[in-house]
Design a protein around this ligand. Sequence first.
Ligand code: FAD
Length: 453
Amino acid sequence: KNPRSSVIIVGAGISGISAAKVLAENGVDDMLILEASDRIGGRIRKEEFGEVTVELGAGWIAGVGGKQSNPVWELAKQSNLRTCFSDYSYARYNIYDRSGKIFPSGIAADSYKKAVDSAIQRLSQEANHDASTAHDVSVLAETPSTPKTPIELAIDFILHDFEMAEVEPISTYVDFGDREFLVADQRGYEHLLYKMAETFLTTKEDKILDSRLKLNKVVRELQHSRNGVSVTTEDGCVYEANYVILSVSIGVLQSNLISFRPPLPRWKTEAISNCDVMVYTKIFLKFPYKFWPCGPEKEFFIYAHERRGYYTFWQHMENAYPGSNVLVVTLTNGESKRVEAQPDEETLREAMEVLRNMFGPEIPDALDILVPRWWNNRFQRGSYSNYPIYVNHQHVDDIKAPVGRVFFTGEHTSEKFSGYVHGAYLSGIDTSKALLEEMRKDKGRKNENQAFL
Ligand code: FAD
């Protein structure tokens, strides 16, 4: 029988590791971290591809240069993480049509302005509609101009699937600044997690050798009562603790990977199932040489196609890794799920056709392709939570509220910074602080009872 711990943390992504660190700093040393995969990091994940390190998950530190410092930027500085400034707002001036012509900047700017105006109009309609008690859907039916042409569709995709900063103030940029830095370090973004883990777990030569971290432990059942929690893993092990912190993604909570006994209350399951999950896929392509422009403001380019989101958003990696000859194309949601379901050769064929439309038939074939599968990964089931711009505060409160001895953390529990690395990092800290407070109260109650007896 495994010894009972004070706290079990399920998941060793950045929120799980930051939660564990806060517990350790407050004297809770007997925590246990159970991680389903064979590594820490979760959605922060590097892989060697085309002789460089690419980030399959989080790639940017978003929100830098403001009055307040982004805590993840601070961690990056402390760890000497190599980053490079990255500005995709110029992408809108590098829009290619199917015949390889770049749209004149005036046309692109006009289409962009139209899309921003339309998004603002739509949002204010939605806000008014939410505020009104009348269920009058006809107000919403009169939507502002719907994007139709390839350039309008491409800009609509960029605006809604990447940035909304020009439409609505986004807490990340308001609080931490509007600059973004791409992580370009051979040790990967995940190096930050190792540096954090090193402060409270035993490590040797960049390896964590601490029995309090257990990898390849897939939690399948969580029993909870007034007296404690009991966690069963796929390999049949049972771990007991006073409390559990669940840091698995919103996609995993929506799936049936973990069953709860007794089941979670209805307010909780409804909040979980009402949260949208975004799928965001970066596909990497390695070439024998580069054939794309690399000057200033050329890092990002866009392909305008009549199908929204069809291989729309491209980035070259020459700024991060000069001479790497690697391109990245980003797909989202339906397109992500479609390519996840097909063989990589088919995705390669589609991507090459798009590139030949933009740069001509003579460009070389890619030497290699890498297609991450966040949607089909049963330990992720998506890339990040996607709350509407006008967040219903009760909804996030319900997602993060504990159920008895079960505490919740992760990017999806962050009201201000959901979807970001810093959101996950800060949520781990918040959850552990709330748990420590609960532990103090619990101890107080026990002392009172003993004094009474
Ligand atoms: P996770 O990292 O998902 O950690 C949860 C852990 O739980 C995982 O390790 C998982 O394996 C484990 N787990 C799941 N189920 C079980 C189980 N049953 N038992 C045990 N363990 C389990 N953010 C940015 O700030 N900038 C970006 O540029 C950016 N780009 C992104 C691009 C992509 C493609 C993706 C996927 C994400 C991106 N994000 C970005 C978001 C960012 O990566 C996440 O918000 C953050 O890493 C989430 O951390 P977390 O600790 O909440 O969850």
